[in-house]
Design a protein around this ligand. Structure first.
Ligand code: KIV
Ligand code: NA
Length: 264
């Protein structure tokens, strides 16, 4: 195999080859996903929801992101690993942003970081890039700003917001980002942005752009109460696991487990 790099991802876009990305927060899941042939694993701050049970992504800390990232890094052999800079670790202070990015790279061994926002965080992105750390952008629905917007509905439906998004996407490319995630924006707008950039646009609820990302626990059907239109479920793991756990409990209570062969 050949390792996926930030350069090979841009090349994939140039050759019209789609990019597949999924989230992982732990060693065992990352190993399965990497072996399956994924291009990018995102250690998303969605760990705040999926792993820790918080309502938003805001509470997760830099130390917790580093713990998840280092677990993922120990598992992978081929894919590129991107780690979210968590809320509060980069906004408004580029020195602080650089320190946060350096901690992730040094302490987890990750290959790159992701940050939410455009023009507002340009100084931080510039400073991190100038340290040689690859940056993935993230525009559209940016969950770290949920309290500013008040809801998780589709973004950039209004012309003024669409114009700002297009400008921000071009800015991210100009600054030197190697890719950008577009979350929950109209497919037509996302397609236009993808056409205007040479770096790949990776969509989640953003139509058929240069690549796709989903939260692994969602696409496996483990988080069965979460059901947005963009989510394609590849398994119904919630019900599979529910069945297995109930069977185990029944077997233990009835004395069926362990049987004669399952003991020493
Ligand atoms: O944290 C995350 O999982 C993400 C993806 C949804 C893009 O940022
Ligand atoms: Na995220």
């Amino acid at each position: 195999y050949k390792r996926v790099t930030t350069k090979s991802l841009v090349e994939m876009k140039r050759n019209n080859r789609k990019i597949a990305m999924l989230t992982a927060y732990d060693y065992t899941m990352a190993k399965i996903i990497d072996n399956a042939g994924i291009d990018i694993i995102l250690v998303g701050d969605s760990a705040s929801n999926v792993m820790a049970g918080h309502e938003t992504t805001l509470p997760i800390t830099l130390d917790q992101m580093i713990y998840h990232a280092s677990s993922v890094i120990r598992a992978i052999e081929r894919c590129l690993v991107v780690v979210d800079l968590p809320f509060g670790s980069y906004q408004g202070n580029s020195r602080n942003a650089l320190d946060s990015a350096i901690r992730i790279m040094k302490e987890s061994g990750a290959h790159s970081i992701k940050m939410e926002g455009g023009e507002e965080i340009a100084e931080s992105i510039k400073r991190i890039l100038s340290a040689g750390i690859p940056v993935m952008g993230h525009l559209g629905l940016t969950p770290q700003s949920i309290y500013k917007f008040g809801s998780y509905t589709v973004r950039a439906k209004k012309d003024t917001e669409a114009e700002k998004l297009k400008k921000d996407a071009l800015l991210l490319e100009d600054l030197g980002c190697f890719a950008v995630v577009l979350e929950k924006v109209p497919a037509k707008l996302a397609e236009e942005v993808a056409r205007s950039l040479t770096i790949p646009v990776i969509g989640i609820g953003a139509g058929n752009v240069d690549g796709q990302v989903l939260v692994t626990h969602d696409m496996l059907g483990m988080t069965h109460e979460f059901s947005p239109r963009f989510l394609r479920r590849y398994l119904d793991l919630y019900n599979e696991m529910d069945g297995a756990f109930k069977k185990y409990i029944t077997d233990v209570k009835s004395g069926d487990f362990p049987n004669d062969d399952e003991q020493y």
